[in-house]
Design a protein. Structure first.
Length: 362
C-alpha cells in the first residue's frame, strides 16, 4: 500500500502546477475551475542523504528511494459537501488519502482568475475547512443512526463507537475540526474506519510570489496554521516547476544566481513524510540499496511484510545494524566484529535508519 497525500484547495490556486513540479509530470494546468476532474496520482521519491552515503560505501547496481503518492484532487468550492462542483466525488477522493496538502493562494495576479474574485487566504481556508467539517458531520450523523439501529448486535463494540462518534458530532456542531478535539489513541482507532477528513494531518502550501503583499498573506496563513498546530510551507510553484524541468547544471546555476538555497518541493515531500508519521528502514546489498517507508511504531515483522508477505509468514529473526554504526565501520563484517549487530524478534519496534536483514523460512 502506498502512503497518499492529497493536494486540495480552491480552483486556480496552483494545485496542478504544484503537482507537476512534484512529479515532473504532465497534469493539465489551465486558468478555469474544475480543470482537473479525475485525480492525478504521482509517485514521488523522498530525498534522503543517508541512501546516498550508503551507496558511496556499497556501490550497488541499483538505488531505490522511499516514496509518497501525491494525489492532485480537483478544486473544492463552497457547497461541495452538498454536491456543488462535483463536490461529493472530490471529497470522496480526499477520504482515500492519509494526509492533506492544502494549497492556498497568497499572491495577486490579474491574469489568473480567482473563483470568488478576491484574494483573501483566510476566507479561502475557511471555505475549504467548512466543507470538510460539513462532510464529516454528515458522515458522523449517518453513522450514528446506522449504529443505533444495529445496537442489538455486537453491543459493546457499537457502544464504544457511539460514545466517540457523539463526542465528535458535538465538536463538529460548533464548526470545529476534529483535529482540535482531544481524542486518545484508542478513541482514534475506534473511529478510524470512518476516515474523517478533519482528522487527517494537514500542511498548508502557501503559493507565493515576490510581491510584499504576498508576505502579508503568508503571515495571515501562518496565524491560521498555528491555531491548528499545522505546518506552512511557502513555495513559488511556477518557479519550482521551471527549476525541475532544467538539467542539473542549469538548476544549480539558476539557484546560485538567485540565492535559492533549496527546492521548496523537497521540503513539501519531507513534511509530507513527517505528517504521515513515517520512518525509513534500509535493506543493503551489492545488488540494491532500498529505502522502505513504514509507519512509526511498526514492528520488525510488519517491516518484513512491507518487503514481501513471505518474509512475515516465515519470519525467524531480524538482524539490525544502526545506520551510524554502518557508516562508521563501513561494512557488515566489521560491525559484527565489534558487536554492534543486534538480533531481534517479531516484537522489535523498528527505528528510523535501521539497516535490516530478515531471516525467514517458508
Amino acid at each position: 500500500m502506498g502512503f497518499k497525500c492529497g493536494i486540495i484547495g480552491l480552483p486556480n490556486v496552483g494545485k496542478s502546477t504544484l503537482f507537476n513540479a512534484l512529479t515532473k509530470g504532465n497534469s493539465t494546468v489551465a486558468n478555469f475551475p474544475f480543470c482537473t476532474i479525475k485525480p492525478n496520482i504521482g509517485i514521488v521519491s523522498v530525498p534522503d542523504i543517508r541512501i546516498n552515503t550508503l551507496s558511496k560505501i556499497i556501490c550497488p547496481k541499483k538505488i531505490v528511494n522511499a516514496y509518497i503518492e501525491f494525489v492532485d484532487i480537483a478544486g473544492l468550492v463552497k457547497g461541495a459537501s452538498q454536491g456543488e462542483g462535483l463536490g461529493n466525488q472530490f471529497l470522496s477522493n480526499i477520504k482515500d488519502t492519509q494526509a492533506i496538502a492544502h494549497v492556498v493562494r497568497c499572491f495577486k495576479d490579474d491574469n489568473i482568475s480567482h473563483v470568488y474574485n478576491e484574494i483573501k487566504p483566510k476566507n479561502d481556508v475557511d471555505i475549504i475547512n467548512s466543507e470538510l467539517i460539513l462532510s464529516d458531520f454528515h458522515t458522523c450523523e449517518k453513522s450514528i443512526l446506522r449504529l443505533q439501529k444495529n445496537l442489538k448486535h455486537n453491543t459493546k463494540e457499537i457502544e464504544k463507537k457511539l460514545i466517540v462518534l457523539n463526542k465528535c458530532i458535538n465538536h463538529l456542531k460548533n464548526f470545529l475540526m476534529l483535529k482540535t478535539l482531544k481524542l486518545s489513541k484508542i478513541e482514534k482507532k475506534i473511529i478510524s474506519d470512518f476516515r474523517f477528513l478533519t482528522l487527517k494531518p494537514t500542511m498548508y502550501i502557501a503559493n507565493i510570489n515576490e510581491d510584499k503583499e504576498s508576505l502579508i498573506f503568508l503571515n495571515e496563513l501562518n496565524e491560521i496554521a498555528e491555531k491548528e498546530n499545522s505546518l506552512v510551507i511557502p513555495i513559488f510553484s511556477n518557479l519550482e516547476l521551471d527549476l525541475v524541468n532544467m538539467n542539473t547544471k542549469e538548476q544549480k546555476d539558476f539557484m546560485k544566481a538567485f540565492n535559492i538555497e533549496y527546492l521548496g518541493l523537497n521540503k513539501i515531500i519531507q513534511c509530507g513524510y513527517q505528517i504521515l508519521d513515517l520512518i525509513t528502514f534500509f535493506t543493503v546489498g551489492a545488488k540494491e540499496i532500498h529505502a522502505w517507508p513504514i509507519s512509526n511504531g511498526s514492528t520488525s515483522v510488519q517491516a518484513a511484510h512491507k518487503i514481501h508477505s513471505d518474509f512475515s509468514k516465515g519470519f525467524i529473526r531480524a538482524q539490525i545494524i544502526k545506520y551510524l554504526d554502518f557508516i562508521q565501520y563501513k561494512s557488515e563484517i566489521k560491525v559484527k566484529e565489534v558487536g554492534k549487530c543486534k538480533i531481534e524478534g517479531k516484537d522489535y519496534k523498528m527505528q528510523d535508519g535501521d539497516i535490516v536483514n530478515f531471516l525467514f523460512n517458508i
